[in-house]
Write a protein that binds this ligand. Structure first.
Ligand code: ZN
Length: 507
């Protein structure tokens, strides 16, 4: 058997090679979303296919299996970082090797087809066309979970892929808390007499002003450091190729500047996480975020806890006024603050406000859980969706296009992914509560000095990349295990103030 020194040397070469492949593939994908010409898809698809094949050979190959075995036998001699690298690759290897290759190829074809069928079904409001695909995807995913995590409940196995350590039991507690405290809150707001007028927003917001605003926001967040660049795409996202090359994107809507404003802050939060991973983790599998939920906690920390706070409005409003002098001349900072915090139950998750967003996730979680447990049939999904939208948000869904068919996630096979969006918000509320005992968050934000805040997050979370699991990172940053009451307390306090709710609104 190979000695440890040789194994570590080979392991480092293996990771370095994969770093190069993933950098190249990442840039190609990013380019396809931002700059590539219309007819480039086929040629790029072929090139990406060949590179993916190489990556598969490397990560699932027999040689890698042997290497991981050698490292495993020397487990006690590994450093904390090396042990974490082994954990990440072993999980990846098991996932790749335990699913029979032929079944995986069939599944990849199914997903490929499901995407196109879903898009057409959504456009034509035809759930029945997409239903057989959901059925087949769920069936396959349950089977796959049996291969790579035979001891786990299949839905827990998939949750663990996105949020290591997360289980249905924890999520049930989390969502029960949301249901009992946020649903009544939304109803009180709807009954309130203090509704927020946002009609001032309905005017044209020139592109040049929006671009200037995006630039100044990135400066405020410390992102203009030669390591992060901004692009434009249909749907904003963040992608990191290395800790010195992180890309964020936005979308400028001329009729609403707040979309790009909050996209830049949200994606900027993701970017800071990627940029602040410790240099020692560069070119290893540990660079980048620990989980979907932890990543989302960073974006939502900046977007909601900082970006929509009263203090931050004092910093950003003068900049907005400078970018759009005509449009803002009769508008106060107070009006802006209330506008960006308006609650309005709506049909579409991606357009939801901060308060109702988590209820959209709850609908999806309930349905996924029941589908995996066999407690609901696929053809019952639209009705179940509509009745939950009514119950939680008081909304009548007019058709499946604006209901059960709206998201692409199920067509991509991403069951178990949705909860991470809500977890991110809840984590961030718990983090800021603990941060307040170390630094004066509100006055720093009021001064537009975000650096100490980012430094705190870097020290507790960013620097560790994937080296630590979500539960450890929560312990570092919150000083305790996950507790969603911080989130519901925060939401209740915030919206009681914004909507000037009184006890009589409760009845
Ligand atoms: Zn995000």
């Amino acid at each position: 058997m190979m000695d440890l020194t040789t194994a570590l040397q080979k392991f480092s070469e293996f990771e370095h090679k994969l770093y190069a492949y993933s950098y190249a593939m990442g840039v190609m994908s990013y380019d396809s979303e931002t700059a590539a010409p219309e007819h480039s898809a086929e040629g790029r698809g072929e090139a990406l296919g060949m590179l993916s094949e190489q990556v598969y050979q490397l990560t699932a190959g027999a040689e890698t299996g042997e290497l991981l075995d050698v490292l495993q036998t020397h487990q006690s001699e590994l450093s904390v970082q090396q042990a974490a690298q082994l954990r990440v690759w072993k999980k990846d290897y098991d996932m790749n090797c335990k699913i029979p290759a032929q079944e995986y190829i069939e599944y990849a074809k199914l997903i490929n087809k499901a995407g196109a069928v879903w898009r057409k079904a959504k456009n034509e409001n035809d759930f029945s066309a997409f239903a057989p695909y959901i059925e087949q995807i769920v069936k396959t995913q349950k089977k796959f979970a049996g291969y790579f995590a035979p001891d786990k409940d299949p839905y827990d196995a998939w949750l663990d892929e996105y949020e290591p350590g997360m289980t249905r039991a924890q999520l049930d507690t989390f969502f029960a808390n949301l249901r009992s405290r946020i649903v009544p809150m939304v109803q009180r707001i709807q009954r309130s007499e203090n509704q927020i007028d946002i009609s001032w927003l309905h005017q044209q917001w020139p592109l040049a002003g929006q671009q200037q605003l995006a630039k100044e926001l990135m400066e405020l967040m410390g992102l203009n450091n030669g390591r992060c660049a901004l692009g434009e795409t249909e749907h904003p996202f963040t992608t990191g190729f290395s800790r010195d090359d992180v890309r964020i994107t936005t979308h400028y809507y001329l009729e609403d500047f707040t979309f790009s404003l909050f996209s830049v802050i949200h994606e900027g939060g993701h970017a800071l996480y990627e940029l602040n991973t410790a240099p020692r983790l560069q070119r290893t599998c540990l660079a980048g975020g620990a989980s979907m939920g932890i990543h989302e906690s960073q974006s939502r920390f900046y977007e909601n806890l900082i970006g929509r706070s009263r203090e931050f409005c004092g910093v950003i409003w003068p900049i907005i006024c400078k970018c759009f002098p005509e449009q803002t001349k009769d508008v106060s900072e107070e009006t802006f603050w209330r506008t960006i915090n308006r609650v309005e139950p709506s049909l579409i998750r991606t357009e939801a406000d901060e308060l109702t967003y988590c209820l959209h996730i709850m609908v999806r979680y309930e349905l996924e859980k029941k589908l995996f447990a066999g407690e609901i049939e696929v053809d019952q999904l639209p009705e179940a969706w509509n009745s939950m939208m009514k119950e939680y948000l008081g909304i009548t869904v007019p058709d499946d296009t604006h209901g059960v068919l709206q998201d692409t996630h199920w067509a991509m096979g991403s069951f178990g992914y949705f909860p991470s969006y809500a977890l991110g918000s809840a984590y961030s509320a718990q983090m800021i509560a603990n941060m307040r005992s170390d630094i004066d968050v509100d006055s720093l934000v009021a001064q537009g000095n975000l650096e100490p805040i980012t430094n705190w997050l870097t020290e507790k979370i960013h620097q560790f990349g994937k080296e630590q699991l979500p539960a450890q990172l929560l312990q570092n940053s919150c000083g305790s295990a996950f507790d969603s009451s911080y989130y519901t307390d925060y939401l209740e306090k915030k919206y009681t103030e914004i909507y000037k709710l009184t006890d009589t609104d409760k009845s």
